[in-house]
Design a protein. Sequence first.
Length: 74
Amino acid sequence: MAKWEYMWMYVSSDRGRQIFVANGEHLQAQTYTEALNLLGKDGWELVAIIPPPIKFPVPMQSSPQFCLKRPVRD
């Protein structure tokens, strides 16, 4: 049976600039596509997107979270 390791990626902002964070480390990416391609080159596969929470009456300003997995390297 295959064993998997998982990673979470989200987007933060710093002075109006998007910062992509994966497992606590900043990625050298400017867009979602660049961030996902960068992780894909390392064997990560996107398996789920968790939308940001909706707070009424005003939606929160937050980003979705991305769950990725790859086979455990022995």
